[in-house]
Design a protein around this ligand. Structure first.
Ligand code: OAD
Ligand code: ZN
Length: 280
């Protein structure tokens, strides 16, 4: 049992062609241990954040070059901002929808979908709105913060998934404010903004999954936005293991059993291979 003992990967540096490259080498022993724990788990779930989509070219929220370094959340991602200036908020969301619409799932998304097919991962709980887990083939997916390709009416129950309805491209070309085809009111992105509650059903399901999990694989999240950040803590409090993949330490790191430092795509690619070998 290695619980409560954090195993870390050390990062070194190497000089090549006069430039300094940071080498984040994940130790083979740790990687094997993580693979073993996942292969042996009874009910493992994944919990993901913006870092898993970084290698797909989608900016994260915090950290170097993070989205919130360039845009102020209170001006763009709050209900007050939307009431004050819906044109600005829609301009921002149309830009993000366009950017995310071009992105493809990376090896980390694909590896998680593969692990679900293998029966290792039972569900993916994500804070991301980018739809890349679904595109990668994840089936049991809980989206805690909504989905950027869905719009909903600010007055009635109308909801539309612009990818499914085939209207995404024309929607992005339009410049006027989008209105509801049923009642004519303003449409808004179906995502959770700062200060808004999370969708009750998604949060309930995520908490229920966490309560029955014996292992959670946390990938690419700063782990500081609540209530989502409770999820790994629930697993830990109930005696489950926490494995984290991140390029740096996060708010979750103090409770992890195994910390794999590095890029999600690279580490997940390796991890899924090792789990495959163990399960042969
Ligand atoms: P953050 O931007 O806060 O954190 C991204 C995390 O990913 C950081 O810990 C990075 O170190 C890590 N990271 C970056 N690149 C990585 C890579 N290639 N591989 C692995 N890890 C990498 O994003 P979230 O934690 O998802 O909420 O943010 C949580 C919530 O805050 C978001 O869902 C959003 C935001 O405000 C809402 O919109 C409601
Ligand atoms: Zn309506």
């Amino acid at each position: 049992m290695i619980a409560s003992k954090i195993i870390r990967v050390c990062a070194g540096t190497s000089k090549r062609l006069g430039r300094i490259f940071k080498v984040c080498r994940v130790d083979t022993i740790m990687m094997n241990k993580a693979a073993e724990l996942l292969a042996r788990s009874r009910f493992a779930v994944a919990f993901t954040g913006a870092g898993i989509s970084a290698e797909s070219g989608i900016p994260t929220f915090r950290g170097f070059n993070g989205l919130w370094k360039h845009y102020r959340p209170e001006e763009l991602a709050t209900p007050e901002a939307f009431r004050r200036n819906p044109e600005l908020v829609w301009e921002f969301y149309r830009w993000r929808m366009g950017l995310i619409g071009k992105a493809k799932p990376n090896r980390a998304h694909l590896a998680l979908a593969e692990l679900e097919k293998m029966g290792v991962i039972k569900a993916v709980i994500t804070q991301n709105v980018d739809d890349l887990h679904r595109e990668a083939g994840s089936r049991r997916l809980i989206e805690l913060h909504g989905n950027i390709f869905r719009v909903r009416c600010t007055s009635c129950a109308y909801r539309e998934n612009l990818k499914d309805s085939g209207r995404l491209e024309s929607f992005l070309r339009e410049e006027k404010l989008p209105s509801c085809p049923i009642c004519g009111s303003l449409l808004r992105p179906d995502v959770v903004w700062f200060g808004e509650p999370l969708p009750v059903n998604a949060l309930d399901e995520a908490f229920r999954l966490a309560e029955r999990s014996d292992l959670i694989l946390v990938i690419g999240t700063s782990g500081i936005v609540y209530p989502a950040a409770y999820i790994p803590r629930i697993v830990k409090d109930r005696g489950g293991m926490v494995i984290e993949i991140n390029t740096e330490e996060s708010g979750i790191t103090p409770i992890v059993d195994i910390f794999l430092m590095g890029k999600a795509g690279e580490i997940m690619n390796e991890l899924v291979k090792r789990i495959g070998e163990l399960m042969k």
